[in-house]
Design a protein around this ligand. Sequence first.
Ligand code: SF4
Length: 344
Amino acid sequence: MKNTYQVLKDSLLTYYKYGIIGNWVRIDASTLCQLECPICPHQKKGAMDKIGYGYLTFYNFKKFVDTHQSIKNIELSGYGEIFLNPMLLDIIRYAFKKGINLSAINGVNFNSVSEEVLEAMVKYRFRSICISLDGSTGDTYKVYRKGGNFSQVIRNIELINKFKTIYKTDFPILIWQFIIFGHNEHELSIARKRALELNMIFSPRFNWEPSFSPIKNKELVRKQVGAASEKEWAQKKTQPYLPHCLNLWASPQINWDGKLLGCCVNHWGDFGNVFESGLKKCLKSEKYIYARKMVLNKKPPRDDISCYYCPYYKNNNRMNLLRMFYGASPITMLFRIIRNKLYF
Ligand code: SF4
């Protein structure tokens, strides 16, 4: 109860100060990656130009945390692999000291993690990690996760579970993210079972680029996850499959070098630099305010706003966002926010 009260208090303070619902931001800890997954933006010519390759320094992390004290949840995963950040250990330790919940829900490949970092994640109560494992065998896994080692990932998961037993904690919560392709759909049920054995939440996801290894057996996938595509899922649930635009209001994305990107999809432009000007100034900038209105269809498209180039904007996903914001009851919204802040 005390925890819920604190979450509400921090959330109200953050809304008052920054106009963010909740007290969560995303800072990409690393845009470096060692794998070569075929449809990742890293493989697309020019896609990483604005974001660049690098990692969040401890200096910038500390400065951000010290100057934005009502922010209590920071998501670290984004366009790269957070474990390639050589300062991650210092970041985890400092976050714990300052009462900040860290998470990596966007996804990690979990191939190269030192034992020291694995232990620190347990010891300092890292909240949750979403591990990309698109298969239940090494052969299937490496069709998409090129350069990855399935057995090594499983070893890292087992090691983190060992530390969780030693430190007697449920954190970090582990999520097995399984992107459904044509080449791995037959392993969905085996992977689900394996996830349970490893004390992980199983989270199947649809491929964002269905032209690569498209689903072959739609009925099988429907049986396993309730729908056979993002579109089908969204129609059934009458809400966007992944409401990325919501980041603009609930968890603004910051690049590793401080550029405010707004959401985890944007790689076309920025809204100023948070490490230089502070979060408040960037979130209150004319362009950011305009982007929010543009996404909600309250302002016409403008080509100096990143959303203009985004497929989600072009596909009119904003109408779904509108429904989600104004259609959901305030009680449901509040419940979702509290639940996410407490557990993830
Ligand atoms: S339209 Fe695209 S870039 Fe803009 S907030 Fe939504 S997902 Fe992000």
